[in-house]
Write a protein that binds this ligand. Structure first.
Ligand SMILES: [Zn+2]
Length: 400
């Protein structure tokens, strides 16, 4: 069996690329690519294309998506190699073109604050640097891979889900470069996430002349919402989270309002709890359906099922940990509340390790930062893992 006891030069020398990789991250984060900024996304796609196309033998496509003018970037390298792996990432961020958070700032020599620095342009830097290093290792020819970078992960990946599901059929496992936790932990499991709307229609009436003829949609919705929020305490669904995130409705103050709508974010931990949550939601709403003069509609649904670690993933993680030890890193993994494309891949049957990107914190806020030394550290771990897989030193179970 070949040995990977001595580190290939390309892995050993990765820390020397720290300045270059920081500059690349600043360049990428300075290009706004909010999920709704179509021009910004198109420009970001070209920046990524210019780098990923330089992977040896890479075939790169800008893949058209149904329902949007934005495109996904798909890279294929050695599609005929005996072992095929999938690399997952997204290049949209939560910060639109008009958001005040647009620039990167070096807070300390090790902390770069900026939009997308960790979620997940930092992860894309880690992925690219790991693959560049891996390509110079002696057994790389044994492994082929597909990279898919989507433009809509932050809004639920509606337009890329079918591409992820298709890719899930063709690979042994997936590697997802979403950010690691602030303490450096990887992601063991993720909650399933859903977005729902509750739309209440009542009947308008003059608030002074004939209030009894009206049916107040705002008041009715306000009766329902505390019950929905209380699902967050439902013992039959431990770990369920409910956020009433938005409410709007009504018009002039002298009109009984005939319309009110709430937008709700729900997160569940266990398989099947998405179905239970839906049942509970309908149970709450059913009595209101019988009320004279009112109509209540439930819209939306779960877009990501819970991601629960499989024995295959536990085995992969053990090997990832051992690769970390080679660089003095003690890596653990943990359950997290946020969903990712890792949920979609797992639901489609592809085991995957998630949270392989850079270390950072305060995602989705103007304090988001990347811990810069983690760029080369995490790239080293990923490249060593790939090197060991390619050398046949990591026993891979068959797909479940
Ligand atoms: Zn992300």
């Amino acid at each position: 069996m070949p040995s990977t006891q001595t580190l290939p030069d390309s892995l050993h020398s990765l820390p020397k690329r720290a300045d270059e990789l920081r500059q690349l991250l600043i360049k990428w984060c300075s290009q706004n690519s909010g999920s709704d900024n179509l021009t910004g996304l198109a420009a970001m796609l070209e920046l990524l294309y210019a780098e990923f196309v330089r992977l040896p033998g890479a075939k790169v496509e800008r893949v058209a998506l149904a329902g949007t003018t934005t495109r996904a970037l798909r890279v294929k390298v050695r599609p005929a190699a005996p072992l095929q792996l999938f690399f997952s990432g997204h290049y949209d961020t939560v910060y639109g073109a008009s958001h005040p958070f647009q620039r990167c700032e070096l807070v300390t020599p090790e902390i770069l604050r900026g939009p997308g620095t960790s979620d997940m342009k930092g992860g894309l830097v880690v992925m690219l640097a790991a693959l560049q290093a891996f390509e110079k290792t002696p057994y790389a020819a044994n492994v082929g891979y597909e990279i898919l970078l989507g433009p809509d992960e932050e809004t639920g990946s509606q337009d890329t889900t079918s591409l992820l599901e298709e890719a899930a059929k063709h690979h042994r496992f997936g590697l997802v470069f979403e950010p690691a936790r602030a303490n450096g932990d990887l992601v063991k499991s993720r909650k399933g996430t859903g977005i729902f709307t509750l739309t209440c229609h009542g009947r308008a009436a003059h608030a002074g002349r004939a209030p009894e003829a009206g049916r107040n949609a705002i008041l009715a919705l306000c009766e329902i919402l505390p019950q929905v929020a209380a699902l967050g305490l439902d013992r039959a669904m431990p770990g369920v989270m409910v956020n009433i995130g938005k409410i709007h409705g009504g018009g002039a103050a002298n009109i009984v309002p005939d319309f009110a709508e709430a937008v709700i974010n729900a997160r569940v931990t266990n398989a099947g709890d998405d179905i239970l949550f839906l049942k509970r939601l309908h149970d709450i709403c059913t009595p209101f359906l019988a009320r004279e003069g009112f109509r209540l509609e439930i819209g939306g649904g779960f877009n990501r099922a819970p991601k629960i670690e499989s024995p295959f993933e536990t085995a992969l993680f053990g090997n990832w940990q051992r690769c970390g030890q080679e660089f003095g890193l003690t890596l653990d993994w943990q359950h997290v509340g946020g969903g990712s494309d890792g949920n979609i891949l797992a639901a489609a049957g592809l085991p995957n390790l998630d949270g392989l990107g850079c270390v950072g914190d305060h995602l989705h806020s103007p304090e988001e930062f990347c811990y810069l030394p983690s760029l080369t550290q995490r790239a080293q771990v990923a490249a060593l893992f790939l090197h060991r897989v390619a050398a046949g030193e990591i026993a891979l179970p068959l797909r479940p």
